[in-house]
Design a protein around this ligand. Structure first.
Ligand SMILES: Nc1ncnc2c1ncn2[C@@H]1O[C@H](COP(=O)(O)OP(=O)(O)OP(=O)(O)O)[C@@H](O)[C@H]1O
Ligand SMILES: [Mg+2]
Length: 366
């Protein structure tokens, strides 16, 4: 007899990439790790590319080192956690600067330009502090990993941003900018720079605009020469952005929208889903994490003191109020979706060890 797969398990076994998208703090990283664990359990060689995992979660994934190389979660770790080992599971932390460095190393047209870019003080700024860069570099890393074809599946966690849309927009914005024309970037001035919406270029826009007033000629020349050097790699950026954009619309990827049960969170999720659908990116499922359920059995209470009993009753009442609120929001969501969103219950325990992730995956895929 073959077991029927949960629809998300079907994605995990058939797609090359599954992306967890959603507002900040809703459980994207936790869910990505748990789904990757399940995928490996289903026999796929899987990588979870995480962004800023909580310290203890990083530890259980073997990511206690400060690098962004992939770490295999050893068979021994699986055994110690009592989780069946089927296929290899790897975890990697997205390190924006390292990804950027790798791109420069790989795609700079010659060693001179490469060293100049890497040594430029503006490069340091650009590669560590750019707004929107994490989103873009996650895409670059995804692209590089897909090219290497070392994994059956990549589960992609997305950055803790208040604007999850930035992630979807990153390749398009870059591509649009890169195709503006061939006249020099510096000549286009601040307006063109601003269109890219990447923080370092925005910062440079401000610098460029005010350069005459605030900066010495040396600094101004440095900036222009940095931009000039950087420009030599633009065709590559543009081509990769276009490739990622195509991949994001293919049937090899699936997007999961994860939210919390609060109204604002659900609304952002609905907005994200609309955008995915409008842009023909394969939206697959809506998951509402940390849904609160009414407490219907508080267990044997006879031996408790009146104070403890009162406190427990109060907690149960409060939980009932929150559960009712969540139920209302979920009903509204189901109506908007035209089907039932997946609910993931609020867990009383932390989710950081491998065995917690295994248990959590069980509740997601129940
Ligand atoms: N169902 C759940 N029940 C209880 N706690 C949960 C649940 N899901 C996630 N958490 C906890 O919520 C916290 C945030 O989760 P996580 O880091 O996965 O969110 P995130 O969406 O990746 O956040 P960010 O946007 O900051 O990256 C973690 O401490 C995690 O253990
Ligand atoms: Mg996260």
């Amino acid at each position: 007899m073959t077991e029927t797969l949960h629809p998300i398990e079907t994605l995990l076994t058939t797609r090359r990439t599954v992306v967890c998208l959603g507002p900040g703090g809703v459980g994207k990283t936790t869910t990505s790790a748990a789904l990757a664990l399940r995928a490996a359990g289903l026999g796929r060689k899987t990588l979870v590319l995480t962004v800023d995992p909580a310290h203890r979660l990083a530890n259980s994934l073997g990511l206690d080192r400060f690098d962004n190389d992939e770490q295999e979660i050893s068979r021994e770790r699986f055994e110690a956690a009592g989780v069946p080992y089927v296929a290899p599971l790897y975890a990697m932390m997205l390190d924006t600067k390292r990804v950027f460095d790798d791109i420069v190393e790989r795609y700079a047209p010659n060693p001179e330009v490469r060293s100049r870019i890497l040594a430029s003080p503006f490069y340091k700024e650009a590669s560590t502090r750019l707004a929107g860069s994490q989103e873009y570099m996650a895409m670059e890393k995804l692209y590089a990993l897909l090219q290497e074809r070392r994994y059956d599946l990549i589960v992609l966690d997305t950055p803790p941003t208040v604007h999850a849309l930035d992630f979807l927009d990153a390749p398009g914005r870059l591509e649009e900018f890169m195709t503006l024309g061939d006249d020099g970037l510096a000549a286009k001035g601040g307006r063109a720079l601003g269109r890219l919406g990447l923080g370092f270029l925005r910062a440079n826009t401000a610098i460029l605009k005010g350069a005459g007033k605030f900066l010495g000629a040396d600094v101004f020349t440095d900036i222009l020469s940095f931009i000039g050097d950087f420009q030599t790699m633009y065709a590559g950026f543009r081509d990769r952005a276009a490739a990622v954009k195509r991949f994001m619309r293919s049937d090899e990827i699936a997007f999961l929208v994860i939210t919390g049960p609060e109204r604002a969170s659900i609304d952002e999720g609905l907005f994200l889903r609309e955008r995915l659908v409008a842009d023909r990116m394969p939206f697959a499922s809506f998951l509402v994490n940390r849904t609160r359920l009414p407490v219907d059995d508080a267990g044997p209470l006879e031996d408790e003191t009146p104070e403890v009993l009162a406190a427990l009753r109060h907690a149960a009442e409060r939980m009932g109020v929150l559960a009712a609120r969540d139920a209302r929001e979920l009903a509204r969501l189901d109506k908007a979706l035209g089907h039932q969103a997946l609910r993931i219950p609020e867990s009383a325990d932390d989710i950081c060890a491998l065995r917690d992730l295994h248990r959590y995956a069980g509740t997601v895929l129940a």
